[in-house]
Ligand binder design. Structure first.
Ligand code: TRP
Length: 346
């Protein structure tokens, strides 16, 4: 069975159910603050998250700061990245009065779920996880205990607040699958404490980086939401293209040209091939100008709101403090239930 296409199918049924009864769902999703959020995050997850939030789905967003050290040794600019992500959430339309935005490391009771959860999975199951394997291979490092147990701590992230809907990209599907297994095994072994959360795959196409590879800060091919219009123009100017003047959409043979077309298409709501036809034989310079204008125009309102929020750092800090307080209340309540179920309530 192809689990990916099965997940896509389940997700579209699920999306309809959520639209009909948003009040029945609690989303838990988020990201690793390894760098500034970029256009890939925007189209891949943030816009869907905001859509669900606006429908009235109870929204928890985790900034998984401990996850920064799953595949590297250094925390980098973690604080800066956390605040920067909060600015993007606010600018994108997450209402901090109705959503809980929090940092993983600030919720100790959440992390206590890790011990009983670890007892529910085998070493073989952990070694089989395809995303863990891929991240381990890409890291070029020894497999750390934290990376090996990645799906288990992510299960704790999701289950501490009894999230039952997890909007994720396909890399995180295996973790949601294991989260369901952990919830089921806990409920069977002790008593029914946890929901079995469902993954909601975002339908947005993957945004390629400016060189046609996956958009990633580490490749230098990502348009950060926090960039200025000039920085965006400079980055697009340096993007690799080719010397053929006629612009065509062909992602296999012309990855650079096609990535620019896809970026412009997503930002302008038009079709890549129509854009290519419009440019005709005007060459890469015209393509880059069109892409720059489309991105900057699309991001202008977001960037304006972001700048406005950034003027009030105390407000941004209070959003996190408030979110952390709420997350701690949820985690403490769930941990008490876990203790009661396990017979360790003294
Ligand atoms: N692992 C996710 C990523 O790197 C981030 C994340 C942490 C997450 N906890 C989560 C996503 C819980 C969904 C649910 O993208």
């Amino acid at each position: 069975m192809n689990t990916f296409s099965a997940a896509v199918e389940r997700s579209s049924t699920l999306r309809a159910a959520v639209t009909e009864h948003p009040g029945r769902y609690r989303i838990l999703t988020g990201e690793r603050p390894t760098g500034p959020l970029h256009l890939g995050h925007y189209f891949g997850t943030i816009s869907e998250r905001v859509r669900l939030h606006r429908l009235g789905v109870d929204t928890f967003v985790i900034l998984a700061d401990y996850q920064v050290i799953t595949d590297r040794d250094a925390m980098g600019q973690v604080r800066e990245n956390v605040y920067s992500a909060v600015l993007d959430y606010l600018a994108a339309g997450i209402d901090p009065d109705r959503a809980t935005i929090f940092t993983h490391s600030s919720v100790p009771a959440l992390n206590q779920l890790m011990l009983p959860f670890l007892s529910l999975v085998t070493e073989a199951e952990l070694h089989r996880n395809p995303t863990v394997k891929a991240e381990h291979a890409a890291s070029g490092r020894a497999l750390s205990g934290l990376l090996l147990t990645y799906p288990v701590h992510q299960a704790a992230d999701i289950l501490f607040c009894k999230g039952n809907l997890v909007p994720v990209g396909k890399d995180n599907l295996p973790h949601v699958e294991l989260t369901r297994v952990i919830a089921r095994r806990f409920n069977e072994r002790y008593s029914a404490v946890f929901p079995e959360p469902q993954a909601l795959l975002t339908s947005a196409p993957e945004v390629p980086g400016l060189d046609g590879r996956k958009m990633s800060k580490s490749y230098g091919n990502a348009i950060a939401l926090s960039m200025t219009a000039d920085e965006t123009a400079a980055l697009i100017r340096r993007a690799p293209t080719d010397s053929q003047r006629l612009i065509t959409f062909d992602s296999v043979n012309r990855p650079g040209v096609s990535a620019l077309l896809t970026t412009a298409a997503l930002c302008s709501g038009r079709d890549e091939r129509d854009l290519a036809d419009d440019i005709g034989d005007a060459g890469a310079g015209a393509l880059k100008k069109l892409t720059t204008d489309s991105v900057n125009e699309f991001l202008a309102p977001h960037r304006q709101r972001r700048t406005d929020f950034a003027r009030d750092p105390e407000f941004v800090r209070s959003v996190l403090r408030h979110g952390n307080r709420r997350a701690n209340v949820e985690a403490t309540r769930t941990l008490e239930e876990v203790h009661a179920a396990m017979g360790t309530a003294y």
